[in-house]
Write a protein that binds this ligand. Structure first.
Ligand SMILES: Cc1cc2nc3c(=O)[nH]c(=O)nc-3n(C[C@H](O)[C@H](O)[C@H](O)COP(=O)(O)OP(=O)(O)OC[C@H]3O[C@@H](n4cnc5c(N)ncnc54)[C@H](O)[C@@H]3O)c2cc1C
Length: 259
C-alpha cells in the first residue's frame, strides 16, 4: 500500500512552496477527478496539497469588463453566484449543468481547467469567452493554455489561482449530456461580443477547440453548419459523424438561448 502525505495548506505561497519541494505532489481541490484516478491506480502522488479551503481562491469579483472567479470556487457556487448570474449568465448556466449535485458541491473551476478533460464543460467557456488563466507564476490566454487531451501549459509547480473572463454582450452553452456522467458528448459555448461571435466545442474531439466556420456563419446561418475537425472522436459512445451532427444541433440550441 502506498503512503500518502496529506498537507492542508493555509496560504497560496505555502502550497506553492510544498509543490516546489515535492516533485511527486499533487494539488487537491475538489478531488472529483484526482481521488478516482488514485483509486484506479492511474496516478500515485506521494503528497496531496489541499487548497480547497484557501480564502484567497474563493473570491468572485466583477469589474466593468471582466469577471474573475477564484480557482477553488465550486461549480455550485458559480451557478448560485449573483455576481456571475449578473455578469455572464451563460457561465452560471454551464456550471449548473456539470455532473450531479455531489460533483457540483465539491468540484472546482480551477480543478476542471487544470484537468482539461476533453469532455469537460468549462474549457469551452474559457475558449469562447477568451478567458485568461491566472496562476502563481503568470497569466495565460485560454488559446495558449489548453494543449490537448488532459494536457495544459501548466508546469509542475504552478497553481491556478483564478480565471478571468471578459464580459460578453450575451453568451450561452448547450451540451448533449452523456446519460451516465453528464459529461458532454458534444457541447458548444457561444459568446457574442461587439466584434462578433466566438464559438468553442468540447466533447467532440481529443480537446476543446474554436469552431471558425460557425463563428463566420453566425448570426445569418446557424443550422446545418458542418463541423470539420481532423480529430473528431469516434468511439463506443458515438461515431464521429454523429458527434459532428450533435455539435451542429448544440450550436443552434445555444444560439436560441443566448442571454
Ligand atoms: C461522476 C462525475 C461526473 C462529472 N461530470 C462532469 C460534467 O458533466 N462536466 C464537467 O465539466 N466535469 C464533470 N466532472 C468533473 C468535475 O467537474 C471536477 O470538478 C473536475 O474533474 C476536477 O475538479 P476538482 O476541483 O474536483 O479537481 P481535483 O480532482 O481535485 O483535481 C484535478 C486535477 O487538477 C489539479 N488541480 C486542481 N486544482 C488545481 C489548481 N488550482 N491549480 C493547478 N492544478 C490544480 C489536481 O492536481 C489534479 O491533477 C465529473 C466528475 C465526476 C466524478
Amino acid at each position: 500500500m502506498n503512503t500518502i502525505q496529506y498537507l492542508a495548506s493555509t496560504s497560496i505561497p505555502q502550497a506553492q512552496q510544498w509543490l516546489h519541494d515535492h516533485e511527486q505532489a499533487k494539488i487537491l481541490a475538489g478531488g472529483m477527478t484526482l481521488i478516482p484516478s488514485m483509486k484506479h491506480r492511474l496516478i500515485a502522488p506521494e503528497q496531496l496539497i489541499d487548497i480547497a479551503k484557501l480564502a484567497d481562491l474563493q473570491q468572485v469579483v466583477a469589474h466593468d469588463h471582466h469577471l474573475q472567479i477564484g480557482a477553488a470556487v465550486t461549480h455550485q457556487a458559480v451557478a448560485d453566484s449573483e455576481v456571475v448570474v449578473k455578469a455572464i449568465p451563460g457561465l452560471a448556466q454551464l456550471a449548473a449543468g456539470i455532473g450531479d449535485p455531489q460533483v457540483r458541491a465539491r468540484g472546482t473551476i480551477g480543478g476542471s481547467v487544470a484537468n482539461n478533460d476533453p469532455a469537460a464543460d468549462y474549457p469551452a467557456a474559457l475558449l469562447a469567452l477568451g478567458a485568461t488563466v491566472v496562476t502563481t507564476q503568470r497569466e495565460l490566454h485560454a488559446d495558449d493554455f489548453f494543449l490537448g487531451m488532459f494536457s495544459t501549459a501548466l508546469v509542475q509547480d504552478e497553481i491556478i489561482t483564478a480565471v478571468r473572463f471578459p464580459i460578453p454582450l450575451r453568451s450561452a452553452y448547450a451540451k448533449f449530456r452523456h446519460p451516465a456522467s453528464g459529461y458532454a458528448m458534444a457541447g458548444v459555448y457561444i459568446a457574442q461580443f461587439a466584434s462578433g461571435f466566438q464559438v468553442a466545442v468540447t466533447g467532440a474531439a481529443d480537446g476543446v477547440f474554436r469552431w471558425s466556420e460557425a463563428e463566420a456563419a453566425l448570426p445569418e446561418q446557424r443550422t446545418n453548419i458542418k463541423l470539420q475537425h481532423p480529430g473528431l472522436l469516434d468511439d463506443l459512445h458515438a461515431p464521429a459523424a454523429y458527434r459532428a451532427q450533435l455539435a451542429s444541433v448544440m450550436l443552434d440550441q445555444a444560439f436560441k438561448h443566448l442571454i
